[in-house]
Write a protein of this length. Structure first.
Ligand code: FAD
Ligand code: FAD
Lengths: 379, 257
């Protein structure tokens, strides 16, 4: 048993901590207000070789492990969760399925520009009538000669405005009376493809969440990703990895909320004492520190299992579920410790609370995580 | 071009520092590359990229300094050398450091040596110039601009906020001032490759140095933290009274006029 991060992990953490504090944090309140996508930050992350973190050098990646991915996602999210989710989705939803299921040619064509940061990675699964029940996909891809012709719509798709292509799920036929769902790579500039960026969100305002409309979008059959009819299973595998990202993101938000609450409780005096002198405040902070420690440890464990090539679905769900829920609790308590000040944007903690909420919804709601865990413990 | 950078591992003065028993507590302190040395590393990498050659980062101290050397390698330096003094020296000062570094460098034929302007812990600013003196090469301190053409070097140095323009030649030692450049973040591929880059470790014996010959010339008598900053005081009353009170306080309390 060894709980130490490797020298590389430590160096990545230190580099990303500095980068997050100096480059990412300063504009976070403003970006939340103006909904400005953190483009400049991602240009710098691309220069630092972070955009292809876990993918092979052959495709312009850096060949780092999942623990490194968790560290980078946590540090970015600590400074700005919008930046964190953008990064996490780019790697684990955009890049990962291409890496896992793409042909050599597809990887060179579609994964390489993701690694270099030339395009953002995105993933189109959710539909108006297919969320938790992702198998309820209604988008259809009909064969026509050498092409698929796709019709349908997707909702809440992260990064699509900045993606040159993305993988989506669609029904490609019927086998034994059951829907056959496949994954297909679609260029976003294809005729009939519209990306609509006009949601008004509760939080993560600087992240890009979009609606996709596909009207007779024609792509060659070679754009099929992985095996025909395997689309749904492939997306489940992809989500397993993505959940580690959301877990790390939640830990980052929780850490930020805790850091601010601790600092504020030492500065703010009421009844002649700093808040941190009150036992109730101390207990709150102690609980926060404990929960963050546990959540991070679980994120690392899931990441480690994945890096060892071992089954990690249950642990990925556990880390995602636990980290999301404690992030929400901790952000709530951080606002509470700030009193009226905490309700004001200037003190940042209210943003953490709005941003944290998504962690309990995206990439499988907390209920869905419990369903996954229940199934994997043999219920 | 054969480029060396003198790098020091220091504690992070922006983090909390605890002094007890006349010593700075190392447990819990954060250690970093001396920030001025980061400018030196960045400049060295830029010079190498423009003129070719090799950048070697050189430090002395204990095993722990490997971390800072690896960081410099991750930024883009080619090689690292640790002169490990852990077992040989308890105390060292600028004299000790300069003697050992110069001894190491004397047969390496460096074209350019870069160091930080000062180390933020000791703050003497002596090691660079002393090394240059021992190697009998030119040196310029607190530089903010470096241009090399062949062996000719044009430099701008910071003199208490003003600039001085100088011309000199290689071989040369310079010390880096803030403003020289913007040190890069180590890249992820850089971090991944840092472990595979050569890091040599030598001890005083390997350099034929006798501890007694490099014994510190100075003695540290006491280490203490600066007094805690007190809350400010806002003067009341009309302006002329405030001015009178201020002058009086500056005289009697602060004793500065
Ligand atoms: C900001 C943001 C970014 C997103 N990014 C992406 C993306 O990049 N790609 C993508 O494909 N999707 C994305 N999504 C979609 C996200 O994955 C879905 O919103 C999520 O899976 C929930 O689906 P739904 O919204 O349809 O909710 P529903 O599935 O309608 O769920 C509503 C509620 O019912 C509960 N529920 C549903 N079924 C059950 C059940 N069987 N038992 C108990 N409770 C149940 C849920 O837990 C939830 O509380 C994003 C969403 C948001 C908000
Ligand atoms: C939208 C809004 C509208 C408002 N409207 C009005 C208004 O119309 N009129 C008005 O007068 N005020 C108003 N307020 C102010 C509001 O009543 C105060 O914010 C509130 O009383 C808390 O005070 P505080 O913000 O100074 O927090 P603090 O008193 O500093 O409290 C910070 C935290 O410390 C805790 N704490 C403090 N003391 C102790 C203790 N002894 N033991 C344990 N925990 C302690 C608190 O419970 C809280 O969690 C408003 C505030 C907001 C945000």
């Amino acid at each position: 048993m060894n709980f130490d991060l490797s020298q590389e992990h430590q160096m990545i953490r230190k580099t990303m901590k500095e980068f997050a504090d100096k480059v990412v944090a300063p504009g976070a309140i403003e970006r939340d207000r103006t909904k400005a996508f953190p483009k400049e930050i991602f240009k710098q992350l691309a220069d630092m070789g972070m955009m292809g973190l876990p993918f092979s050098e052959e495709y312009g990646g850096a060949g780092a492990d999942t623990i490194s991915f968790a560290i980078v996602t946590e540090e970015l999210s600590r400074a700005c969760a919008s930046t964190g989710i953008t990064y996490s989705a780019h790697i684990s939803l955009g890049g990962a399925p291409l890496n896992l299921f793409g042909t050599e040619e597809q990887k060179h064509k579609y994964l390489t520009p993701i690694c270099t940061g030339e395009t953002f990675g995105a993933f189109g699964l959710t539909e108006p009538n297919a969320g938790s029940d992702a198998g309820g996909t209604q988008t259809r891809a009909v064969e026509d000669g050498d092409d698929f012709v796709i019709n349908g719509s997707k909702v809440y798709i992260t990064n699509a405005s900045y993606a040159k292509h993305l993988a989506i799920t669609a029904i490609t036929g019927e086998v034994d009376g059951k829907k056959e769902i496949s994954a297909i790579i679609v260029p976003t500039d294809a005729e009939g493809f519209t990306v609509i960026d006009n949601y008004e969100k509760m939080g993560l305002n600087a992240s890009n969440t979009t609606e996709l409309v596909l009207e007779n979008v024609r792509v060659p059959k070679e754009n099929l990703l992985g095996k025909r009819g395997e689309g749904f299973r492939q997306f489940l595998v992809t989500l397993d990895g993505g959940r580690i990202g959301i877990g790390a993101m939640a830990v980052g938000i929780a850490q930020a909320a805790f850091d601010r609450a601790l600092r504020y409780s030492k500065e703010r005096k009421q009844f002649g004492k700093p808040l941190s002198d009150f036992q109730i405040t101390q207990f709150k902070l102690a609980d926060m520190a404990m929960k963050i420690e546990l959540a991070r440890t679980m994120v690392y464990k899931a990441a480690w299992l994945k890096d060892q090539g071992r089954p990690f679905s249950k642990e990925a769900s556990m880390c995602k579920l636990y980290a999301s829920e404690i992030a929400m609790q901790i952000a709530d308590q951080a606002v509470q410790i700030h009193g009226g000040y905490g309700y004001m944007k200037e003190y940042e903690v209210e943003r953490y609370m709005r941003d944290a909420k998504l962690c309990e919804i995206g990439e499988g709601t907390s209920e869905v995580q419990r369903m996954v865990i229940a199934r994997l413990i043999g219920c | 071009m054969n480029i060396y950078v003198l790098v020091k591992r220091t504690f992070d003065t922006e983090e909390k520092i605890v002094v007890s028993g006349g010593k700075i507590q190392e447990d819990g302190a954060e250690f970093i590359i001396n920030p001025y040395d980061e400018y030196a590393i960045e400049e060295a990498i830029q010079v190498r990229d423009a003129h070719g050659g090799e950048v070697t980062v050189l430090t002395m101290g204990g095993e722990d300094a490997e971390k800072q050397l690896r960081t410099a390698l991750a930024m883009g330096a080619d090689k690292a050398v640790l002169i490990n003094t852990e077992d040989d020296l308890d105390e060292m000062d600028q004299f000790t450091a300069a003697q050992i570094l110069a001894d190491y460098l004397k047969d390496k034929n460096p074209d350019l040596i870069l160091a930080g302007n000062v180390a933020i812990d000791g703050g003497s600013g002596q090691v660079g110039p002393r090394v240059a003196d021992l190697l009998d090469i030119n040196y310029v301190t607190t530089i903010t601009k470096l241009e090399i053409n062949g062996t000719q070097v044009n430099i701008v140095r910071d003199v208490e906020g003003d600039s001085e323009v100088l011309e000199t030649s290689l071989p040369l030692l310079v010390t880096a001032q803030q403003g020289l450049n913007e040190p890069r973040y180590p890249s992820l591929p850089g971090i991944m490759k840092a472990k595979k880059k050569p890091l040599d470790e030598v001890e005083l014996d390997d350099l034929d140095i006798d501890e007694d010959d490099v014994e510190a010339k100075t003695e540290t008598i006491e280490i203490y933290l600066p007094p805690k900053k007190e809350a400010g005081r806002v003067l009341q009353g009309d302006l002329s009274n405030q001015v009178q009170e201020l002058v009086q306080l500056l005289r009697t309390e602060a004793k500065v006029v």
